[in-house]
Write a protein of this length. Structure first.
Length: 331
């Protein structure tokens, strides 16, 4: 019986030592330094278990119990889910595992969920390796977008901004995703931080203007869009958003001017022509408005906004509407 108990104790000590493996790395990355308006590892190479548990014929009576079990404070208990939503801690192995290669292989096989998990593990393993962390984060962002996990992608862009604290691009992309998620306050914060990094980058003013427009702050939105256009006069999307902000504020003449320029720079973007049609309609230029709505309907047959605006205008002006067939999806 004593030999059996000693064997059990040695087995327990062995398991504890393996769990505290020197291959385990720290978690996470470390920073290196009415009308319808239009806004704009391979699965077959699974690693073996490092520790093989030996089945011991123990019963409850054979295991000695301490006289008193100490109480563990709640704050010392490990959380059920990792605190870091980007890096995914995982069991380390006795040999290196290329989780990024696994992610690529799983994506090619169509297993996007498994690929995303492997990409998060790759982020965790990158630790202080900036290049490896960037590659893992890029892969994670693409997979998160493909799987519709925009918040995870936004968090990954925040990690990229910590890797490259002098570049505004990750913060701009994070702000765009936060706008799609409806987090206007978070988008404003990210966009303002991006402007502090590079006040000459037009996209920072473009995304900040969109955040102000989403918050209903029209004066601030117009000012930011004008700054974007000043830095890049050929920025068609900034001109479209400037015109849209003018429309919301009732400045229809200025809206028509900005949207006409946007339509010239973006001739194949349907919603720009739709917005231009609304500006012309407000100015009483009905024929030009009808032409703009027709163009928008032709460019985007499945977008009902321009079609509804055109039909409404024809109804109000007493002109018959000629239906434009909507292409059916392939069978």
């Amino acid at each position: 019986m004593k030999n059996l108990i000693l064997s059990a104790c040695f087995a327990a000590l062995s398991l504890t030592a393996c769990d505290a493996s020197p291959f385990r790395r720290s978690q996470g990355l470390r920073p290196s330094s009415t009308p319808h308006l239009a806004a704009t590892s391979l699965p077959s190479q699974q690693p073996r278990e490092v520790v093989s548990r030996q089945e011991l014929p123990l019963t409850i009576e054979d295991v000695p119990l301490p006289d008193e079990v100490p109480e563990v404070p709640v704050e010392d208990l490990a959380p059920a889910e990792p605190a870091d939503s980007v890096a995914l801690p995982h069991e380390q192995h006795l040999y290196p595992v290329d989780h990024l290669a696994r992610a690529r292989a799983l994506r090619e096989e169509g297993d996007l969920s498994g690929a995303l998990t492997e990409a998060r593990r790759a982020v965790h393993d990158a630790a202080d390796d900036i290049e490896a962390a960037e590659n893992a984060l890029d892969a994670l962002i693409r997979l998160a977008r493909l799987t519709g996990q925009k918040q995870l992608a936004a968090d990954a862009y925040a990690e990229l901004s910590r890797l490259y604290p002098d570049g505004p691009e990750p913060l701009v992309e994070q702000a765009r995703l936060l706008l799609e998620l409806g987090d206007t306050e978070g988008a404003l914060h990210s966009a303002e931080a991006a402007i502090e990094l590079d006040p000459e980058y037009p996209e920072t003013y473009q995304v900040l203007g969109r955040a102000h427009l989403s918050a209903g702050q029209l004066t601030e939105a117009i000012a930011r869009f004008k700054q974007a256009v000043h830095l890049d006069p050929y920025h068609g999307y900034a001109l479209n958003n400037l015109g849209l902000a003018y429309l919301h504020s009732g400045q229809d003449t200025l809206a028509a001017e900005a949207l006409a320029q946007a339509a010239y720079l973006l001739p194949h973007v349907g919603y720009v022509h739709n917005n231009l049609g609304l500006a012309y309609e407000r100015l009483g230029r009905y024929e030009e408005a009808r032409m703009a709505f027709d163009t928008a309907t032709r460019l985007s047959p499945r977008d009902l906004k321009a079609r509804l605006n055109r039909d409404r205008l024809n109804h109000e002006t007493g002109r018959a509407t000629s239906p434009i067939p909507v292409p059916r999806p392939p069978v």
